[in-house]
Design a protein around this ligand. Structure first.
Ligand code: AMP
Ligand code: GLY
Length: 407
């Protein structure tokens, strides 16, 4: 009998709850959303459970894991100290360099003059990032020098991202395919889950601005079978060792976002949580007991080894009109049950709410994750898009090319 509390309110938390409920007797999601079964408004600090799993970065950076641990709870998710890896890109870059993890050359700046002088030393693509959290939108990658310079001014002035932009990080532009790897850490050891690829840009063919993620797939048929081992050895293990050297007992997911450059994998960023939407494809492939793995990590002693189905899993994010610049909300969502009736299709609820009549309507930028699963990537893609075809609301947008690199 294991009762699990999942903290968060998006598609990632829906997927976590879904997969944890395969072996947990009871899964509660707080605050959840009206599309996630088991959602309750009661805050995590007032709930009791055998295991707490914290989904999003903001409560981790704000110290929720510390607070729950102080109450004697078993928590999967780093404390505020470890969460700085995602809370501050400048801190992350400094730690990567200290740990000897390959990453893009960079500088961190609080003043426009030195930032622009550094920009003058870089070649395109120019990469400008907010130091602080910006929901995946604080990154500009552009070949246009004037746009890069304008972004530096906008970020530093606070106009674009408030305090999150008061330090900017300027990076060497890297090229190559991207991979996402989740390492489940117990403070001293880490085990990897199956790798996935996200699609960050809003439009087909990787056009338009960056988003939180418009779709994902796993496995990566084009990747070297040694890739995950290489990443564990050259990035995750040295990072965990460096965290330990700093007295940080990191129990949670280290989510490595890497670019596979001609000179080897380089770390773009760490996140201190599961990725969204990668979680929606990686977790369904786990054949072993996720509750047990996360409980062991939370207790500081991973003993089990996760195993994965060979199935392909693909998710397509359905977003509201205007995303990512803005998001129109309140549009009636139709067709979720018809999509779920299809073979190999599931639907996770992300940015949804109910209207005055109790009907499910759009409530954010990324609204639903339609997930297709099948024996081949082509099957999984066809199933995901058959599910998407059943769903509609005014202004719904989605990419039509998710997993195209894998077919
Ligand atoms: P981040 O939130 O730091 O992962 O950045 C979001 C996205 O911007 C990444 O997934 C990449 O597509 C792109 N990006 C970030 N840093 C770089 C870089 N140094 N070179 C090229 N593209 C980058
Ligand atoms: N999908 C990328 C992220 O969760 O940050």
């Amino acid at each position: 009998m294991t009762r699990v509390v999942v903290v968060g309110s998006g598609g990632r938390e829906h997927a976590l709850a879904d997969v944890l409920s395969r072996t947990a007797s009871d899964v509660i999601v707080t605050p959840g959303n009206p599309g996630i079964p088991g959602s309750v408004a009661t805050p995590a600090t007032e709930l009791d459970a055998d295991l707490f799993v914290i989904g999003p970065e903001v409560p981790l950076v704000d110290g929720l894991a510390d607070e729950l641990r102080a109450q004697g709870k078993l928590v999967f998710g780093p404390g505020a100290d470890g969460a700085q890896l995602e809370g501050s890109k400048a801190y992350m870059k400094e730690l990567l360099v200290a740990a000897g993890v390959p990453t893009a050359a960079h500088g961190s700046f609080t003043e426009a003059g030195p930032a622009i002088a550094f920009l003058d030393t870089m070649t395109e693509p120019f990469v400008i990032k907010t130091d602080g959290l910006a929901a995946g939108k604080g990154v500009l990658v552009t070949d246009d020098r004037a746009e890069a310079e304008a972004a530096i001014h906008e970020y530093l002035s606070g106009d674009a991202f408030g305090a999150a932009g008061s330090t900017v990080v300027i990076e060497e532009g890297l090229v190559g395919p991207e991979v996402s790897v989740f390492a489940i850490c117990d403070g001293t050891k880490a085990v990897a889950l199956a790798p996935a690829q996200d699609h960050k840009r809003i439009f087909d063919g990787d056009g338009g601005p960056n988003t939180g993620g418009m779709g994902a797939y796993t496995p990566l048929p084009w990747a070297d079978p040694e890739l995950v081992d290489t990443i564990m050895r050259n990035a995750i293990e040295p990072t965990l060792a460096e965290l330990q050297r700093r007295g940080i007992d990191y129990r949670g997911t280290l989510f490595a976002g890497l670019m596979l450059t001609p000179s080897g994998p380089k770390m773009l960023e760490y996140n201190v949580r599961f990725g969204d939407p990668e979680t929606q494809v990686v977790l369904p492939r786990i054949d072993s007991d996720l509750v047990q793995l996360l409980s062991e990590a939370a207790a500081g002693n991973i003993e089990s080894t996760p195993t994965f189905s060979n199935d392909a899993v693909v998710t397509v994010v359905c977003a509201s009109e205007g995303y990512p610049a803005s998001a129109r909300t309140g549009d009636l969502i139709e067709g979720i049950d018809d999509a779920r009736d299809l073979d190999g299709v599931s639907v996770y609820a992300a940015g949804v709410k109910t209207n005055a009549d109790g009907a499910l309507v759009t409530g954010g930028g990324r609204v639903l994750n339609v997930v297709g699963r099948g024996p081949t990537m082509n099957d999984a893609v066809a199933r995901a898009y058959a599910g998407v075809a059943k769903i509609s609301w005014p202004g719904m947008q989605h990419r039509t090319d998710i997993a195209h690199q894998a077919k």
